[in-house]
Ligand binder design. Structure first.
Ligand code: HEM
Ligand SMILES: N[C@@H](CC(=O)c1ccccc1NC=O)C(=O)O
Length: 448
């Protein structure tokens, strides 16, 4: 095909007919992406729920002696969600966040996890989660998206734009700067990544409008630069979050209740004494809609993997499963975007346009680099500390790190930490992360 060809690539009728998604219709902000345009509420307005807020604010001290947090939660009155919460999505998100913190603190407070949540947490948590379309435990949404605030109100500028140098977390389990920073890195990542959404939609518009290849190429170059900024945001983790603090103090509270029989939760967690056992993955950045948006935009396909540790003989597509852990509107945005996205098709159909091929290739390279950098971070924050656990776990106040179920019938001999360690999301993390990276590479430069 000649370089100036304006031939429209073949697209399915559906791709052509369905309108492109409008960010605001999915609670997504053009300036702040999946963080939403308005700041999260820092506490529930109704005084009825003051005790919930007090407990969550005191978690770092209550968790010094895990039994204290369980007693405090057991003594709570059973409260339903009232109209102040049900009538306002920010109140609902705050309730979900507070209840998720309480649920994880209750289950993981001591070396012996509790497998039954009391009704005072289970009832309202199930209700809030159901309305928001998320599972009833702490997720990326409750810990990151809906858990940050302005640090210094007096420093706030007139601009509607979030000042990333002036934010802090609302709640943490440990009260450490490291934990705050761990969540804030992802808040920064979501804000910085909002430009990817705008560039992506612009590219799709240019393709639809039949603009020349140059408009698409420019859009792709801007997208590649934006993905590069995400890698920088990720590597900021090392500035204020110490790997051993993360691994031994913070991470034990982030685990969910899937594949945890070896830690005493064979059936997951029961929601209320009269309730049912349920199994859910813990919080993970795999629940961030941003990276999944990039995969859709660039046409990166992830296959089912055996890397999910809870389904030893069954292949599941973990990233697809994690869509169910995103807020309902964000999940629906991803489905809508996937139904209209034809960037890779367009690039393939214009195979002789070198600048276009290069620009698309840059985007894929940047996403691959992001995944490579992430593997480095995971090595530093999980694999290396897990190798040093013998000496560290003797220290007072150190909870059980999240380890794989070594009694699960895998008789293939000793394994290195990198292939047996599991993520809070329940994956055999290194095989899974490498598969994600390799599938990005396999996307190539738009060929085939
Ligand atoms: C100390 C910091 C971090 C650690 C230890 C870590 C660890 C992990 C692990 C173990 C997984 C596998 C899923 C699971 O089982 O949980 C995962 C997935 C993922 N993480 Fe992280 N993560 C960290 C920070 C981040 C940050 C800050 C970002 C984004 C800026 C990020 C982006 C992702 C993505 C996108 C996935 C899904 C896999 C993929 O799409 O490649 N992670 N992470
Ligand atoms: N999957 C990670 C944890 C993780 O990435 C995470 C967990 C809860 C909330 C946010 C997370 N990611 C970074 O902000 C782990 O296995 O340690």
């Amino acid at each position: 095909m000649d370089k100036t060809s304006t031939t429209e690539p073949q697209m399915s009728q559906k791709t052509k007919m369905t309108p492109l998604p409008v960010l605001e219709e999915y609670c997504i902000s053009p300036h702040h992406g999946f963080l939403d345009g308005r700041l999260p509420l820092t506490r529930l307005t109704s005084e009825k729920y003051t005790r919930w807020e007090e407990i969550v604010a005191q978690l770092p001290s209550l968790l010094q002696d895990g039994s204290r947090v369980r007693t405090a939660i057991d003594e709570l009155e059973v409260l339903a969600l009232d109209d102040t919460i049900l009538g306002d999505v920010r109140e609902l998100r705050r309730a979900y966040s507070v209840l998720g913190f309480m649920a994880h603190a209750y289950v993981w407070a001591t070396g012996t996890p509790r497998d039954v949540l009391p009704e005072c947490v289970a009832g309202p948590l199930l209700h809030a989660a159901d309305i928001l379309g998320v599972p009833p435990l702490a997720t990326y949404s409750s810990l990151v998206l809906w858990n940050f605030k302005i640090a210094d109100e007096y420093r706030q500028t007139e601009s509607r734009c979030l000042d990333l140098e002036n934010i802090t977390t609302i709640n943490t389990f440990t009260g450490t700067v490291d934990e705050s920073w761990f969540y804030l890195v992802s808040v920064r990542f979501e804000k910085i990544g909002s430009s990817c959404l705008n560039h992506g939609l612009q590219i799709l518009r240019a393709i639809r409008d039949g603009d020349d290849n140059k408009a698409v190429t420019d859009g792709l170059e801007k997208l590649a630069a934006a993905i590069k900024r995400l890698s920088r945001a990720l590597m900021e983790m090392e500035t204020k979050c110490e790997p051993s603090v993360f691994y031994f103090k913070i991470r034990p509270f982030l685990a969910g209740w899937t594949n945890m029989s070896h830690l005493g939760l064979p059936q997951g967690v029961k929601y209320g004494a009269e309730g049912q056992y349920k199994i859910f993955s813990g919080g993970s950045n795999a629940q961030s809609s941003l990276i999944q948006t990039l995969d859709i935009l660039l046409g990166v396909k992830h296959s089912a993997n055996a890397a999910h540790s809870s389904k030893a003989n069954q292949k599941v597509n973990y990233l697809d499963e994690m869509k169910k852990y995103m807020p309902r509107q964000h999940r629906e945005f991803l489905y809508h975007l996937a139904s209209v996205c034809n960037i890779r098709e367009y690039v393939s159909a214009n195979a002789s346009n070198e600048p276009l091929q290069r620009a698309y290739g840059h985007c894929v390279d940047m996403l691959q680099k992001f995944r490579d950098n992430h593997i480095q971070i995971v090595t530093k924050y999980i694999i290396l500390p897990s190798n040093s656990k013998q000496e560290d776990s003797n220290k007072k106040g150190v909870l059980s790190p999240i380890e794989p179920n070594t009694k699960a019938g895998d008789s293939s001999g000793p394994k290195t930490a990198s292939c047996k360690t599991i993520g809070t999301g329940g994956t055999k993390l290194m095989p899974f992360l490498k598969q994600c990276r390799d599938e990005t590479i396999a996307t190539g430069g738009g060929k085939n």
